[in-house]
Design a protein around this ligand. Structure first.
Ligand SMILES: Cc1cc2nc3c(=O)[nH]c(=O)nc-3n(C[C@H](O)[C@H](O)[C@H](O)COP(=O)(O)O)c2cc1C
Length: 434
């Protein structure tokens, strides 16, 4: 077990035989880089500053392993094509120049795909449905009948599940060839990995009725295509599921899954408390008033959500959820501690962390071996310099960065006070050095 009473954020740590130079990581966040001619530059612009400023490990945001479908949001990158992934070696070189490490996060949205919720995308891609673990839950089918979403699910056969697992393995092989130091599975956020694990989605009667077996199939495929590259996954506990969802993963279920995955050779785990849906429980914080009321985005929200009334309804739901899930620093720490009782592999804790002192409390209190920070990197790409000096991140978890991404807008902090303060800090040289 790692993380004794003298651990600091600047201590190194081992993940699956890889030495990571310190214990601060950039959590996976959408970079909206796509696959176009500027994709690699977009990644470099977004990720290199974090490495240069002192983050020991960069988790690139979710990339999709198939050549079609499965994208949860606009402008996600696909990594099924070895020629494209090979171009990312420029990125991995740049991260390594700063003695940092980079893992790619592999994903597939399954039901949580653009064709489910994005009206404009659906109109442009009328034939695209969603891959599903089982017949979708009745609540989603009811929402489909009410015209709120578009369920067009194609339930995976046993051989298709194996083929999908192999797509993860092939993408891992391309990533290893491009110089990535490790593979991170998008195991939460209502992606297909969580859908396999969750009793809410998984009602199969083949070997994959046991959802952990999908992760074992991915492990085998990763080992076949990428050798012994470090392999990490998020592990969900669906404790934030709404009361009308009776079958969901409890804390205890999450601990058992973590235990099985560590036994099966997963090299590190990221325990996260979430819902069965893709909702505000993943990004706890304020209602993004400014983002929803931005004049220039209104027509785009209407196109995405299918009209003004629907856009308003989504905004109202967001408001209610923000009340339910306020920013709570270190909201995954209790779940991490419960997992720590059962497993010995390194645990990574993220969610609302904004201060070095708090991060080190978690490292020393048995909750985690590494700590991750997400949204604050949108506001301050060179945050580690200030954070490692003991200064607090500017991000107030206002979530104005999140909603515009539904329209394809790039990821960035959109809160003027924060942007102004960052500019001030830049002028003062607060981000210089590392
Ligand atoms: C816009 C946005 C995109 C995200 N994309 C991903 C992702 O691709 N994969 C993932 O596992 N988590 C993703 N997350 C969750 C973050 O990794 C992180 O757990 C969350 O933001 C909480 O940490 P924070 O409070 O430091 O932002 C995303 C979060 C946000 C706000």
């Amino acid at each position: 077990m790692q993380g004794d009473s003298t651990t600091t954020l600047t201590d190194s740590v081992e993940i699956g035989g890889l030495t990571v130079p310190n214990r601060l990581y950039r959590a996976p966040l959408l970079e909206c880089a796509g696959n176009g001619p500027d994709a690699v530059e977009t990644y470099i612009d977004e990720l290199e500053p974090a490495a240069e400023a002192g983050a020991g490990l960069i988790f690139q945001g979710a990339s999709i392993v198939t050549d079609e479908g499965g994208c949860a949001a606009p402008n996600m990158t696909r990594v099924h094509d070895p020629e494209f992934v090979d171009r990312l070696s420029t990125l991995t070189d740049r991260i390594h120049d700063h003695d940092s490490r980079i893992f790619i996060q592999l994903a597939h949205g399954g039901l949580r795909s653009l064709s489910l919720w994005h009206r404009e995308y659906r109109e442009q891609n009328p034939d695209e449905g969603q891959l599903a673990v089982s017949e979708p839950p009745w609540q989603l089918r009811a929402a489909d009948r009410a015209g709120l979403i578009n369920v067009d699910a194609d339930v995976l056969s046993t051989s298709e599940v194996r083929e999908l697992a192999d797509s993860f393995g092939r993408a891992a092989g391309y990533a290893a060839d491009a110089g990535y130091d490790g593979i991170h599975l998008s195991g939460a956020n209502m992606g297909i990995v969580q859908q396999f694990l969750s009793p809410y989605y998984n009602d199969r009667d083949d070997e994959f009725a046991d959802g952990v077996r999908f992760l074992l199939a991915i492990r085998d495929a990763v080992r076949e295509h990428a050798g012994d590259i470090p392999l990490v996954t998020k592990v969900p506990a669906e404790t934030a599921a709404p009361p009308f969802v009776r079958r969901h993963l409890t804390h205890e279920d999450g601990v058992q899954i973590a235990d099985r995955l560590s036994e099966a050779g997963y090299d590190a785990l990221v325990p996260v408390e979430c819902s069965v849906y893709w909702d505000a429980s993943l990004i706890r914080g304020a209602y993004p008033e400014r983002a929803w009321s931005a004049e220039e985005l209104q027509s785009e929200y209407e196109a995405v959500f299918g009209g003004r009334l629907r856009a308003r309804a989504v905004s109202l739901l967001n408001r209610l959820q923000a009340r339910q899930f306020p920013a709570e620093p270190g909201w995954n720490a209790d779940f991490c501690r419960a997992v720590r009782e059962a497993v010995d592999v390194p645990l990574l804790c993220e969610g609302g962390l904004r201060e070095r002192e708090h991060c080190e409390e978690l490292l020393n209190g048995g909750a985690a071996d590494m700590v991750g920070i997400g949204r604050p990197f949108y506001a301050e790409p060179r945050l580690p310099v200030r954070l490692l000096r003991g200064e607090r991140a500017l991000c107030g978890s206002c979530n104005n960065c999140t909603v515009p991404q539904a329209t394809g807008e790039p990821d960035r902090c959109r809160t003027p006070e924060v942007v102004r303060q960052r500019a001030q800090y830049e002028k003062q040289g607060a981000y210089d050095g590392n």
